[in-house]
Design a protein. Structure first.
Length: 437
């Protein structure tokens, strides 16, 4: 019988909660303990874990919905369990009973605090809702620079989203010495729970920055330390664009070495995939495995109209029109995601630098880089991941790779499998990590 997922009571005064984010969607495979969704109350933002493993079905409450305590918001079916259009009547009856029980007992079962904030919403002199704090953290915004529109100047979600377009990333480094040794901007997104696992080094694609990986990391649990890097011409890194992949690879190597010594696993997307392959081919770092998501450099075709349109876009409507080319599921283009990208579009120097990237590596709407031979020469495990509906780089480019390279195709998925299939990508990364530990 399916296991119901209810909205739990996390404090004595709580009667309802607003679902601020789902980390899994209807039909996804989930594991017990995986974060399913986040709720916001007047006092805290809380992450709710899956009570069992199986297939998530019948998601009843969407993001932004306010749900009474104890009400079922979804069900989890066991693998192979029969599924119909409606949840079993017994489950419906049990939901009502669970609601009555949940309202009388404050028992935060399988709930993890996403952010410990005082009841008044004040930390370090800044008053803000828990959801506003989470969005600000993901976008790299210093809340002290945001004006609040709520009671007594409390910063709300809309205030942070408005501030995304005006803010620069907050630089986070381990020490001034490390920053001096690193030619590119980088930061640890996760410290890691298992010291025996090699750190994952994440390299983003064209037009993005290291923060673009954060939504993926909400889709499951990884115990590795995670270091993310901004490529030149992106994020907080230099606007000077090297002449070739060799030079960019050298910058990546120096940056990784400044933050970590020892084995790593490289994970990269799109243009970053070509860079990561070059880094692996140079053999200057101890790279144990390579995971490429929709990588550039496997064929000449690329959506040149997307590249030029994306760089030219300066308003939200024009930018969103091009961003829709990235995914099949447009709901993934959340307001914070769009606002963060829009903020970059207002930085003329940044966009000029990215135009140089296009002119140098994707001249005349053609990929002028080729990583096939470099991949063929590698002796480390390699995974290549494509969305079958990619409208930026054709998934057919994965054809003809050496047999020892594992290739994954995801149906109904566009250029960003790390967003569209994040739980499955996390699973692949977990498998790769364990295989080389």
């Amino acid at each position: 019988m399916p296991v119901e997922v209810i909205l739990p009571k996390v404090d004595m005064d709580m009667e309802s909660g607003q679902i601020s984010r789902w980390y899994a969607k209807d039909g996804d495979t989930v594991t017990k303990g995986q974060v399913l969704f986040e709720i916001e109350t007047d006092k805290a933002a809380m992450e709710v874990d899956a009570p069992s493993s199986g297939i998530l079905r019948d998601v009843k409450a969407q993001e932004g919905a306010t749900v009474p305590v104890g009400q079922a918001v979804a069900w989890i079916y066991a693998e192979g369990e029969a599924y119909g259009e409606t949840a079993p009547a017994k489950a419906e009856t049990e939901t009502a009973a669970a609601a009555d029980q949940a309202k009388s007992v404050a028992q935060p079962v399988e709930v993890k605090s996403a952010e410990q904030a005082p009841a008044a919403g004040e930390t370090n002199g800044v008053r803000a809702t828990p959801l506003a704090r989470r969005i600000a953290k993901e976008a790299g915004i210093d809340l002290s620079s945001v004006s609040g529109s709520g009671p007594k100047g409390r910063i709300q979600k809309k205030d942070v989203e408005a501030g995304v377009s005006k803010s620069k990333p907050v630089v986070q480094v381990r020490s001034p010495a490390v920053q001096a040794d690193a030619p590119l901007y980088a930061t640890w997104l996760r410290e890691g729970k298992n010291s025996e696992l090699a750190p994952l080094v994440l390299i983003h694609g064209f037009g993005a920055d290291l923060n673009s990986w954060r939504p993926m990391l909400g889709g499951g649990t990884l115990d590795n330390p995670i270091l993310a890097i901004d490529l030149p011409g992106h994020g907080a890194s230099t606007h000077t664009i090297p002449d070739d992949l060799h030079a960019i690879a050298s910058q990546v190597e120096q940056t990784v070495a400044a933050y970590h010594s020892g084995p790593i696993i490289l994970v990269a997307h799109s243009f970053g995939g070509a860079v990561a392959t070059e880094v692996a081919a140079r053999s200057h770092l101890d790279i144990r495995a390579l995971v490429l998501i929709a990588p550039a450099g496997l064929g000449p075709e690329i959506n040149g109209a997307f590249l030029s349109g994306f760089i030219r876009a300066r308003t939200e409507p024009s930018l969103v029109a091009w961003m829709k080319q990235l995914v099949q599921e447009e709901s993934l283009l959340t307001k914070p995601f769009v606002n963060a990208t829009l903020a970059q579009s207002q930085d003329v120097a940044l966009r000029d630098a990215q135009q140089l990237v296009v002119d140098r590596f994707f001249a005349d709407g053609t990929q002028v880089i080729d990583i096939r031979q470099s991949l063929a020469n590698l002796t480390i495990p390699v995974r290549v991941i494509f969305g079958a509906a990619d409208r930026v780089i054709p998934a057919a480019h994965a054809a003809g790779l050496p047999g020892e390279i594992a290739v994954h195709f995801f149906a109904g998925t566009g250029h960003m499998p790390q967003l569209e299939q994040r739980e499955k990508i996390i699973r692949i990364l977990r498998e790769v990590s364990r295989s080389v530990a």
